[in-house]
Design a binder for this molecule. Structure first.
Ligand code: FAD
Ligand code: SF4
Length: 445
């Protein structure tokens, strides 16, 4: 069902609403073609009551439903709602796993039960062994190392050449009109009707196969690189397909592992990519379910500033932020380092309220769903949990931005200056951050 409850819990990017509805409609078509019985509620259907509970109650009644079953939702908000719904109805109900992740909701918590410090790396090694991924016959890591991250820090100077985006563009103008008629609020309407996010599994598979065959080989080396003329560099753009369950993490990892065994890619490339999904993605999910009750209110540094108005239009003289925000607004996408080391870095140094910033990230990106966005924003990027997820705050001066990008080249500010009119704000804010928080960070190694 397409419901306003889901389009309005945060101000979403127009592409995100359209892409999700379009993919749902496509999936309905697929199910019908395969002789499944489907009831689909469109956003403007006259009987649509615009929230799950009311629509479900109506369906139970009209169709004389005798048992209600559902898949585990990924978000705690919906989890609670469906549990309450089940307790209120008079027919039996059951919840089943979506079988979409490697890890059950509570597994990360179990792994760290007796541990003071949660470390993604130790969870990742446990998962590698458990699922025998990139392991040899005696269950040791292939390449004799668990992690090749040190080899993944190159800046990009124009070569190797990046690849043209080969994903088909879809015309969503009919759906967009329906969404507008339903009076749904969103932003980023400029590109609303034409964009390239996959609508179905076939498209997502095709695109991912192209990535594995042509682009993945450069992923590890240039994972942290940023460039004014490039939006994706050598990243996969697979998060939307993964998070909407068009592709499973299992098949994505197996394809990459196979490519390594077929000598198409090196071990540092295979390991680096697999760590993102088997390590980070699964760890983040477990962290979410273990901490959701407190995460939503945490604010370790007591930061209070609102999200600057220019986060909604990219109008700033700081080049790195201008480019990263413009791209996010236009494409509903920025890669990890833009999210973490440009936008997140600035927000933490400047003292933006972490929960308000979380609302911004949750709305803006095509792949943003609370279970993955919230721990990344509040934990990894803003240190709002006081260091449970990330062992150190991810902050830097202009030095890092300049090393990994060409943003500083023609910036209004000077990357080398720390004080004065032209000083790069990252420099003064960085030292200010450590002065102001000396007590809270004094013991951080
Ligand atoms: P690639 O760089 O090609 O990586 C491959 C895959 O690895 C990604 O698709 C993703 O599934 C997984 N992955 C990599 N890093 C992470 C991570 N830290 N957490 C979870 N999965 C990871 N990711 C989301 O899917 N949704 C979000 O809402 C989201 N919000 C973020 C907010 C902040 C502040 C930060 C720092 C990171 C966020 N991430 C989020 C993680 C990461 O930035 C994106 O998964 C990635 O940029 C998606 O682009 P890609 O598919 O091209 O990724
Ligand atoms: Fe960003 Fe500072 Fe570099 Fe300008 S000089 S691009 S503000 S890091």
């Amino acid at each position: 069902m397409e419901v306003k409850q889901e389009t309005s819990y945060v101000l979403h990017h127009a592409q995100k609403i359209i892409a999700i509805f379009a993919a749902m409609r496509d999936f309905k078509g697929f199910l019908l073609k395969n002789n499944h019985h489907v009831i689909y509620i469109k956003i403007n259907d006259k009987d649509n009551q615009q929230c799950f509970k009311s629509n479900l109650n109506a369906l139970l009644k009209v169709h004389h439903i005798q048992k209600f079953e559902y898949q585990e939702p990924d978000e705690s908000r919906l989890d609670k709602e469906l549990k309450i719904f089940c307790s209120e109805i008079s027919i039996p109900s059951a919840c089943v796993s979506s079988e979409h992740f490697y890890t059950s909701r509570d597994e990360v918590k179990e792994v760290f039960r007796d541990k003071k410090q949660w470390l993604m790396e130790s969870f990742y090694r446990y998962k590698r062994k458990k699922h025998h991924i990139l392991m040899n016959d005696i269950n040791e890591p292939i390449g004799s190392k668990w992690n090749f991250d040190n080899e993944n820090r190159k800046a990009w100077k124009g070569t190797p050449k990046t690849f043209k985006d080969t994903r088909p563009t879809h015309n969503h103008s009919v759906l967009w009109d329906e969404i507008c008629n339903a009076d749904i609020k969103s932003f980023g309407e400029n590109n609303a009707s034409h964009f390239q996010w996959p609508l179905n599994r076939q498209e997502a598979l095709k695109h991912f196969d192209f990535f594995v065959k042509n682009i993945l080989v450069y992923f590890g080396d240039y994972q942290d690189a940023m460039h004014k003329d490039e939006t994706r560099m050598f990243h996969s753009l697979v998060s939307f397909a993964l998070n909407t369950k068009m592709l499973s993490p299992h098949e994505v990892i197996l394809k990459v592992e196979r490519s390594f065994h077929d000598n198409q890619i090196s071990i540092n490339t295979a390991e680096g990519f697999i760590r993102q999904i088997l390590g980070w993605r699964e760890y983040i999910r477990g962290y979410y379910w273990a901490n959701i009750s407190s995460l939503n209110s945490e604010n370790y540094f007591n930061h209070q500033l609102p999200v600057p108005s220019w986060f909604w239009n990219g109008q700033t003289q700081m080049n790195c932020l201008k480019y990263s925000i413009h791209q996010s607004l236009n494409e509903a996408y920025a890669h990890h380092i833009q999210r973490l080391m440009v936008i997140g870095n600035f927000s933490l140094l400047a003292g933006i309220h972490p929960q308000k910033l979380h609302q911004w990230y949750l709305g803006i990106y095509i792949d943003a769903f609370e279970w993955v966005e919230m721990p990344n924003t509040l934990g990894m990027s803003q240190f709002a949990d006081g260091g449970k997820l990330a062992s150190k705050p991810y902050v830097s001066t202009a030095n890092y931005v300049n090393k990994m990008s060409n943003y500083c080249e023609d910036c209004h500010y000077s990357k080398n200056e720390k004080i004065g009119e032209k000083a790069c704000p990252f420099n003064s804010l960085y030292w200010n951050f450590f002065l102001v928080n000396a007590q809270k960070l004094g013991k951080n190694p």
